[in-house]
Design a protein around this ligand. Structure first.
Ligand SMILES: [Zn+2]
Length: 307
């Protein structure tokens, strides 16, 4: 048996998989995001309950939101209770088995290149999650790329090119990471809403922008063209650095055909002549990639053992 846990800012999910990666059981608990000790206790109790339900002692992987820094601490606004707490040592006293931790964006691409995933078997792949933020993770030479500082794949915090900002007259925006002008603030869901407002539209969610686009509103169309140009340029940077054969798109924006179907052409404009645009596919497991990828890391697929 393999267990995967996806710790979110509001809910924490655990899933039990068999050796063929069929999900046998799963459930969720509210996350005590403000209380680190309570969260660690909850995780231990969920694993004990998984042992009871499965009648086994499964391998264990955990995915967390945000970035794990080189002290092993989580950098995220979503789980204030775990701030400045080196995760692996804090967890090792709670579980009676080895485990792997990583961030949810990396769990996503491990899941999507694993058994049954949208890029199953790909040895060079990039996972781009476009939701409230722009997360990412890369598989290179068949292995999950972590990097010396463990923040490899953070494409959302590359800067928007100054030329692109000038072309569209965009403001320089502060990012939650402490930098300014990060791509994430323009290309993730809230960024698309900002672009819509920038071009004179009125929306407070990507769904509202989408409805305006379907209603042929000019501001929504201008925002769409600008967003595709910025997103195409951002993904082209990833292609130039990592040369993936497949890019898997996840997160809320991946459900919109107008974005996903237009991406190959948008990338093409930012790549050298003669360079093929990678295959661009939607995620197969969506939000369930978090538990699945964590479980696969815990089972030793693509991963390294941390604790
Ligand atoms: Zn940033």
């Amino acid at each position: 048996m393999h267990y995967g846990i996806d710790v979110g800012g509001t809910k924490t999910e655990i899933a039990i998989f068999d050796r063929h990666w069929q999900r046998l059981d799963h459930w969720r608990e509210p996350t005590p995001a403000e209380d680190g000790a309570a969260l660690l206790t909850l995780l231990a109790a969920m694993v004990a309950e998984a042992d009871r339900r499965s009648g086994a002692r499964g391998t264990l992987g955990l995915g967390f939101p945000g970035v794990i820094d080189d002290r092993g601490c989580l950098v995220t606004a979503n789980l204030p209770g775990l701030r400045d707490l080196p995760l692996a040592p804090a967890l090792s006293g709670r579980f009676d088995r080895a485990f792997v931790i990583d961030n949810d964006s990396r769990c996503f691409i491990v899941s999507e290149t694993g058994p049954g995933g949208a890029a199953e078997g790909a040895t060079h792949a990039f996972g781009a999650i476009l939701g409230t933020g722009a997360g990412g993770g890369a598989i290179v030479e068949g292995r999950l790329l972590t990097g010396a500082g463990r923040f490899a794949g953070e494409w959302g915090h590359l800067p928007l090119p100054a030329a692109a900002r000038e072309r569209y007259g965009l403001p320089l925006l502060d990012c939650g990471c402490g930098l300014e002008g990060c791509l994430e603030t323009y290309i993730a869901g809230p960024g698309l809403v900002r672009l819509h407002c920038h071009f004179g539209g009125e929306s407070s969610s990507a769904e509202q922008w989408h409805r305006a686009l379907l209603a042929h509103e000019r501001s929504a169309r201008l925002a769409h063209e600008c967003h595709l140009d910025l997103l195409g340029g951002a993904l082209a940077n990833v292609v130039k650095l990592l040369s993936p054969q497949t890019i898997v798109i996840g997160g809320g924006l991946s459900t919109l055909d107008e974005i996903v179907d237009s991406l190959p052409a948008a990338l093409r404009r930012h790549l050298f002549a003669g360079v093929d645009v990678p295959m661009i596919v939607r995620s197969r497991f969506g939000a369930a990639s978090g538990v699945r990828g964590a479980a696969m890391l815990g089972a030793g697929l693509n991963g390294e053992r941390l604790a």
